[in-house]
Write a protein that binds this ligand. Structure first.
Ligand code: COA
Length: 160
């Protein structure tokens, strides 16, 4: 019974459109030290090669998490993923990744890449769980919140 209740009120995953740009930008700003401008996110949401999913509150319909991926031939990249701080550790990022990976698969993607800051333990644990392996690194690719350079890893996994 509780399982049914939890499922009924679980956030709904659905595709994002350009109208979701403002909500994505606000959520991105709550998750990263260097937020992306709303206009840049809207441009991505308009691109045919972008695969974007959001998690929306079942009653409130507010955006609680989102993922943006880009497809180029048979390679895809996770551009960003973020979950609202108060909604973390409830499986939302996992559900968003599963939804986007399934769609990327149907669109012909065979590999999925991403970059993650070495000190981002939450994201690295998430990606490990999804079968990503380190295939490279970039020194000084990111900046930490205090402006100092940060090491990033390039991760990859196959998509079947
Ligand atoms: C990384 C992030 C997207 C994870 O979102 P989330 O919804 O909390 O993740 P989930 O609940 O789906 O977690 C799935 C798994 O990832 C791992 N994980 C997630 N957060 C973790 C944390 N803080 N510490 C350790 N492991 C973590 C766990 O294995 C977890 O499974 P479990 O809860 O059963 O142990 C979220 O912390 C976030 O938005 N961070 C800021 C933005 C960011 O860094 N994005 C990634 C940029 S590369």
């Amino acid at each position: 019974m509780f399982g049914l209740f939890a499922k009924t009120f679980a956030p709904q995953i659905r595709r994002l459109g350009v109208d979701d740009g403002a909500a994505c930008a606000a959520l991105h700003a709550s998750a990263f030290a260097f937020p992306w401008p709303q206009g840049d996110i809207e441009t991505l949401l308009l691109e045919r090669t972008t695969v974007a999913d959001g998690a929306f509150g079942s009653k409130t319909d507010d955006l609680q998490g989102f993922i943006l991926c880009r497809l180029a031939a048979d390679e895809a990249e996770i551009l960003t993923i973020a979950v609202a701080p108060r909604k973390r550790r409830k499986g939302l990022a996992g559900r968003l990744m599963t939804a986007s990976i399934a769609r990327l698969s149907t669109l012909g993607a065979k590999s999925l890449f991403l970059e993650v800051e070495a000190e981002n333990t939450a994201a690295r644990a998430l990606y490990k769980r999804f079968g990503f392996a380190t295939v490279g690194e970039r020194k000084s690719y990111y900046r930490k919140a205090d402006g100092t350079p940060a090491l990033a890893y390039i991760l990859r996994r196959t998509i079947v």
